[in-house]
Design a protein around this ligand. Structure first.
Ligand code: NDP
Length: 283
């Protein structure tokens, strides 16, 4: 039976470290600050935003909250981004996605100054990530790496397989694993004989969006499995992209869903806020 990687515990550890760094900054008269922007009334987004504000409170990071009406125009949102970009006291800007259909998400994300892009989605930061030089790394992928490392698993030289190649998870996870000296293979919907590729993995990251996609016969004994998937089943329960019952029989380490990668995203966001604040203050 595998060791279960406790994402809740590790994310709390990280938030405590962030809090200590935020306290150090405050002792120097600098208060890290995150602006959280929500457009519309999507219930899931409201929950995410609430959780982010709560995490700020826990870590001692000031949060500025902007809750805009659904019919906010693109120009109005861009004007708010410009204002926050110019605000020296605001270190990070987070625009909760998805945005209403009449707003071009890419245009909004491109407008955020890269040094305030705490989500790590700006192409400038994605570029830095790909050359192994990013300060602000995409939060969920960075969280996956922390889970692996803090479980005591050395990535160097390991055969790493990432299932999924999205811009927000699969690709950046692959790039980060490569930066950690893993030997990385990325699979996607056109990959041939995916089970055989997955069986080669010593570290397997699943970011597919299909419940229980990774079965027991797709992994080898002793593998470390990071399940990024969050799928809502018909019975209302959450389920990952990995068949936990089957795969945990063979894995050495595995993340559960919920309680694995999920809590890490916000912890890494908090970490990015402090990194952004330090950088902007030349610390
Ligand atoms: P996307 O839908 O953007 O990407 C899914 C990827 O999986 C694509 O690259 C796709 O390939 C690949 N794929 C789909 N079907 C297959 C298949 N049959 N065989 C092999 N590959 C396949 O999803 P995301 O990357 O945004 O998210 C993935 C999962 O992670 C979701 O469950 C999402 O909810 C969760 N998630 C969790 C987060 C967290 O905080 N824990 C944050 C973000 C996402 P192709 O490119 O060829 O289409």
């Amino acid at each position: 039976m595998a060791n279960i990687i406790d994402g809740k515990l590790i994310s709390t550890e990280i938030k405590d470290e962030v809090k200590a760094k935020a306290d150090e900054l405050k002792a120097k008269g600098i208060e890290p600050c995150l602006a959280v922007v929500l457009v519309g009334e999507d219930p899931a987004s409201q929950v995410y935003v609430r959780n982010k504000k709560r995490a700020c409170e826990y870590c001692g990071i000031k949060s500025l909250s902007y809750e805009l009406k659904e019919d906010t125009t693109e120009e109005e949102l861009l004007a708010l981004i410009d204002k926050l970009n110019a605000d020296k006291d605001c270190n990070g800007i987070l625009v909760q996605l998805p945005l209403p259909k009449h707003i071009d998400e890419n245009k909004i994300l491109l407008r955020i100054l890269p040094e305030k892009d705490v989500d790590g989605f700006h192409p400038y930061n994605v570029g830095l990530l790909s050359i192994g030089n990013a300060d602000l790394k995409a939060c969920t992928p960075a969280g996956c790496i922390e889970l692996i490392k803090r479980s005591g698993v050395d990535i160097t030289g390991k055969r790493c397989v990432v299932v999924g190649r999205s811009n927000i998870v699969g690709k950046p996870v692959g790039m980060l694993l490569l930066s950690e000296n893993g030997t990385v293979t990325t699979c996607h919907s056109r990959t041939k004989d995916i089970a055989e590729v997955c069986r080669q993995a010593e570290i397997l990251v699943a970011a597919v969006g299909i419940p229980k996609f990774i079965k027991g016969d797709m992994v080898s004994e002793g593998v470390t499995v990071i399940d990024v998937g969050i799928n809502r089943l018909e019975n209302g329960k959450l389920c990952g992209d990995v068949d936990f019952e089957e795969v945990s029989e063979k894995a050495a380490y595995i993340t559960p869903v919920p309680g694995g990668v999920g809590p890490m995203t916000i912890a890494m966001l908090m970490n990015n806020c402090v990194i952004a604040c330090k950088k902007q203050n030349n610390i």
